[in-house]
Design a protein around this ligand. Sequence first.
Ligand SMILES: O=P(O)(O)OC[C@H]1O[C@](O)(CO)[C@@H](O)[C@@H]1O
Length: 427
Amino acid sequence: MDGITLSFTDARPVLAPGALEEQVRAAAPLLAEAAAGEERYRDNLGWHSVDEAAGPERVDFLLEQAARVRADADAFVVIGIGGSNQASRAAVKALRPEGGPAILWAGNTISACEMARTLRELDGYQSIYIDCIAKNFETLEPGIAFRVLRQYLERRYGAEGAAKRIFATGTPGSTLHQLCLDQGYTFLTFPETIGGRYSVGSDVGLFPMAVAGVDIRALVQGMRDMRDTLLAAPAEENPALRYACLRRLLLEHGYRLEMLSFFEPRLDYFAKWWIQLFAESEGKEGNALYPVAASNSEDLHSIGQFIQEGSPILFETFVEVRARDASVLLPPEAKKDYFDYLTGMDFWDINNTARQATMRAHGDRGIPCMNLSIPAIDAHTLGGLFYFFLFACYLSCKLLGVNPFNQPGVEGYKGYMFQNLGKPGVN
Ligand SMILES: O=P(O)(O)OC[C@H]1O[C@](O)(CO)[C@@H](O)[C@@H]1O
């Protein structure tokens, strides 16, 4: 799997011998269907081939647009919520590219405090560009943030100057598209056939990443390489199918939560992306795993107690990063403290030891643990990880018997909210 490996060893003790292999064999036809791309989901599979939305020409185009922004901007605001901003934020926070404009996130909250803070922060920048990302432009958060921010740009640069600084990413024919045509904003495409949480390999995810300086060619290549691996691997060796089957078996054994556990806080926002992907795709019909994250070692000092001795409802998918991508040695200290036994050791090794100790302690408790080992946190690997989870989630939903691509439940609170806010047409 191109340097990304998933081991199940520590998850087996709770399963009968051969149970995973049997489940994988039984699920082989589902893999074949998913690999072919099913007719019934034709309108949702724009992400599946990678090249449909992120072919070389499209990537070149996005890099050209991004270069124009990078040459002039000192701040770039990504306006969007959920699937419309999670992937780009995950990549930018994980890869921390340098040399581009400051990247700000808006339209992902209705907090007045956050909106006011963003406006204050923008006052400190000279040259600001924005991208409003919204599939149908009906979502309240990005909708009202976009209004405030485009008016802010108009006040600072005039209507014509602002228009050159405004990008919007929506579906062709949407009201957002019309607004771009009317006002002269640059319009990018949110493909009709890709839902928000599957949109990493499209203008939605790739353009903000490119503006920030992420190597999107490498990231898309990582997605392609993972696609090739997963579409070619037979069922019994297919890591995405094995992962999906194991999740399914553990659910049947009474586990209710899957915890993505990692020891690099750079992955905090990747975990948020992963949570949306599985929660929105699988959280239907009253029977799904609840995806949660543990950002360690910090979270070991809070929820670690629950994991070790609380209700035995979770299993863990650990993320191991193999690259030594930084080094800080603990210096000697003449004054007495309690840490001399660590003098000369590298933070990297201490962190790695904490990771191994955590897996062992949680394993001792009987918690099923998987290990997802990745070579590094770089653009190519991240692309592979994105695609791995997209495809595994699709398979996992098929095993559960739910539609991977809809999210009817998210409308529940919206009805009451719109009613109380007096939205026309809502009673
Ligand atoms: O791009 P949009 O249409 O604003 O949607 C943003 C997010 O809101 C949801 O529709 C949920 O309300 C998610 O599925 C989606 O990722």
